[in-house]
Structures are given as structure tokens and as C-alpha cells.
Design a protein. Structure first.
Length: 432
């Protein structure tokens, strides 16, 4: 690692970056009056990459890491936001300035098997960027390709071979050589070792570190592998459902993580020591929400083990999580009332419950949807809130639960601060 943040001006600055993909947006959809549905792959992302450093972008699969890297390089058209490279807005560059940016910013793709053209020799593959940018003569380009092959640990004599003649690790080395052909300043490494064997991963990572020092490179390393992030990165940005939730120096992120999501990610890393096999693991519950319809407020709240109850509500987290889950089911009308209770009958007009059976109906609902017994005070509130369902009044039931248990985590989306180790979490609101 070769961190150098002496300059006030970062090499790359990302501000408010958004990338949405739209469904139901074809001519036929519009003809039939369908409204486009936005898939918010990247949603208001901010970060900086300083010269000579490696910034790790980490998160679960599908959180928007790769889309961030591709949009940053303008391989994807942004929906909104600004990416500055050496102070210039990448999305406004044209002509020679855009070509200069293309030379200075390169990418190493995740899959070494599909990122190389099987019809081209590896020599032609490495020379292709030089040809596109009209750098050197044909002989000079070939010499450059042979030089790079040697530098990434392959033989110059292999220049006329085809990709199928190489292993996965060798193909990734070829991809790295291609990225280096134009002598860039900045490289996006998109999961560069995820498709490789563990022993080969270490070799490639060591190669990347050596190349960074030799050529004064700056990296954005995208990965879901925390061991890779810890090995090679100077700083880390943690991403969840299209947003950055925590950033900081690698030692602080791994030694003193703040965000509950970051802690859960670190807990999921296997430990080599047998002393830790009986440790308590802070695992995540539930599934990752859809980027088509992300939760309000903090996007992690539907899985967070530390959702903040209202100030006037004294309740244990397990019980509060149960009520939050119940609220979501009611708000989405996702409870089959006639299945949940023997006292409910579905008619053409809707649900039918005899008034004398309302208490039994509510008891059946609680047994059907709650996994734990709530404290008496909260049990009474929940019973009162579920009672309107006996008349099929979902809105009234949802309103009663919301009025009693609405959290700041669902009302406000926490934002990153601007200190050395900022976190987007309401648990740390007093620090900002």
C-alpha cells in the first residue's frame, strides 16, 4: 500500500452519483400507460480516491459496487451526479479531453474468461488500447506488449497464443497487462480475484501491489471478499443497497466498525483460530430489499439488529423487531386472514368475523405472525392495533401500529459525515 494524500485535490471525486435502470419503459409499455419502474442500483454516492492509494469498495453481491465502478468510468451513462478526475467533470468531457481521460483511467474486469476476445491473440489484446489511441508504430506496440507480458509474470514468447491456452490466473494477468498498456494513473479493479483459486489470488494481489508501487497507480478495488480488502486497501467504503454507509481507514473499519451492517459483514468472515469457533455471531436476518422499492429512511433498517425505538417506548430489540416485521406485513396486506384464523370467513364483501369472536381472531393472528411472546404492555397495544382487521380495515391497523412504534430509522435517511471515519447511522447522530 502506498497511500499519499498530501494533496488537497483528490484524483477522483464522486458526488451525488446515481445510476437507475428503468423497467416498463419500452414503447409498448408507454402505449399501454405503464409507468416506468426505477431500479436504483447506485443512489446518491459520494467518495474520494486520493493519488497513490487503494480505496476498497465492499458489500454484498448486488449492492451496486460494479455499477458504481462502471458509471464512474463513464462506461454506463449516469442518471445524476458528478465524477471529477483531476478536477474535470468526466461526464462533460468531449474530444481530446475525453480520450485523455480514457487513457488515464482503465479497468480490470471480474471474469478473466469472458473479458478476453477468444479470436484475438493475447498480443493483439494488449496492443488494442495502443491501436485505438494511435500510440506508437506497429513494432513499438508489439514491443510494449512483450514488455508488459514479462512484467505481469508471463513470457514474451507467449505473445501469439490465444486466451484458451492460458489458465484463469494467467488470463487475469493478461487483463492487467492490457490495463497498463496506456500507462494510466487510475485503475478500477472489479473483483479481480473472485474467479481465481485461493493460491492464485494471493499471487495476483501481490502483483497488483508491486505494480502500484512501480507505476505510481491509484486503485478503486471492488470486492465482496473482506480478506482481499484488508490485504491491499488503505481505506474502505462499505456499500449497502446502492448507498455508502461507512468509510474509513482500513485499520479502523476492521478494528472498530461502527455501522451494524459493517459489523455483520466482518462477523461473517471465517476465522482460522479454533479459539473463536464458539464466538457469538451477529448475523443478519431477512433478505436484501429490492432496489426497485427500497425501504424508507435507513435502507438497512429491515435487517438491522439495532433499530431505534421511539423515545417514549421501552422495549427489547427482539420484541421491537417482531413488531416491525408485523407492521410490514400489515402495511403490505400480506397476511391471509382466513388462513391465520379459524374465526375468519372470506365472503364476496371481504373478511367476516363475528364480533363475539374478535378476541379469538386477534389471538389467532398473533400466534400466526409472531415468533415470540411480547411484553404485556406491548402485547395489549398490538392486540388493539390488530382488531380492525376483523373488519378488513388494513389502513386503520397499519396506522395504529405506526403511531405507536414508528422509528427515526424509517423516517430519515442518515447521511455520511465528513470526518475521517464517517458512518450513515442514526446510532451516531450525536457525533455529527
Amino acid at each position: 500500500m502506498s497511500l499519499d494524500t498530501g494533496s488537497d485535490q483528490p484524483l477522483v471525486r464522486v458526488e451525488g452519483l446515481r445510476k437507475y435502470f428503468y423497467e416498463q419503459d419500452s414503447y409498448i409499455d408507454r402505449l399501454f400507460g405503464q409507468e416506468p419502474v426505477a431500479v436504483r442500483a447506485v443512489d446518491d454516492v459520494d467518495f474520494e480516491v486520493h493519488r497513490g492509494e487503494t480505496l476498497g469498495l465492499v458489500g454484498e453481491s448486488g449492492c451496486g459496487k460494479s455499477t458504481t465502478g462502471e458509471t464512474l468510468l463513464h462506461l454506463q451513462e449516469p442518471t445524476d451526479g458528478v465524477v471529477q478526475f483531476e478536477g474535470q467533470n468526466v461526464f462533460e468531457l468531449e474530444g481530446d479531453r475525453r480520450n485523455e481521460f480514457r487513457r488515464n483511467a482503465q479497468v480490470v474486469f471480474q471474469d478473466p474468461f469472458s473479458s478476453l476476445d477468444p479470436r484475438m491473440t493475447i498480443g493483439k489484446t494488449i496492443q488494442q488500447p495502443l491501436t485505438v489511441h494511435d500510440v506508437g508504430t506497429a513494432e513499438e506496440r508489439r514491443d510494449r506488449a512483450q514488455e508488459l507480458l514479462e512484467r505481469v509474470g508471463l513470457s514474451a514468447d507467449q505473445i501469439d497464443r490465444y486466451p484458451h491456452e492460458f489458465s484463469g490466473g494467467q488470463r487475469q494477468r493478461i487483463g492487467i497487462a492490457r490495463a497498463l498498456a496506456l500507462e494510466p494513473e487510475f485503475i478500477v479493479l472489479d473483483e479481480p480475484t473472485s474467479a481465481l483459486d485461493v493460491s492464485v489470488q494471493a499471487q495476483v494481489l501481490n502483483l497488483l501491489e508491486d505494480l502500484q508501487e512501480e507505476f505510481d497507480l491509484t486503485y478503486l478495488l471492488i470486492s465482496h471478499d473482506l480478506s482481499v480488502i484488508r490485504h491491499i486497501c488503505d481505506r474502505v467504503a462499505v456499500m449497502y443497497l446502492g448507498e455508502i454507509v461507512e468509510t474509513g481507514p482500513v485499520e479502523e473499519i476492521f478494528g472498530a466498525p461502527k455501522h451494524p451492517y459493517t459489523r455483520a459483514l466482518l462477523e461473517s468472515v471465517p476465522r482460522a483460530s479454533t479459539d473463536e469457533r464458539d464466538r457469538d455471531r451477529e448475523t443478519l436476518s431477512g433478505d436484501v430489499p429490492s432496489p426497485r422499492d427500497p425501504p424508507s429512511g435507513c435502507r438497512f433498517r429491515t435487517r438491522c439488529p439495532k433499530v431505534i425505538p421511539p423515545e417514549d417506548v421501552a422495549i427489547e430489540q427482539d420484541a421491537y423487531r417482531e413488531i416491525m416485521t408485523l407492521r410490514e406485513l400489515v402495511e403490505r396486506e400480506n397476511i391471509s386472514l382466513e388462513v391465520a384464523s379459524d374465526h375468519a370467513v372470506m365472503t364476496d364483501e371481504g373478511i367476516d368475523v363475528d364480533p363475539s369472536d374478535t378476541d379469538a381472531f386477534v389471538a389467532d393472528l398473533k400466534a400466526h405472525v409472531l415468533d415470540t411472546q411480547l411484553p404485556p404492555k406491548h402485547d395489549a397495544v398490538v392486540e388493539e392495533a390488530l382488531a380492525p382487521l376483523a373488519n378488513g380495515d388494513w389502513d386503520e391497523s397499519a396506522t395504529r401500529l405506526r403511531d405507536a412504534y414508528e422509528s427515526v430509522c424509517e423516517l430519515e435517511n442518515p447521511k455520511l459525515g465528513d470526518d475521517v471515519h464517517p458512518v450513515a447511522c442514526h446510532l451516531y447522530d450525536d457525533e455529527r
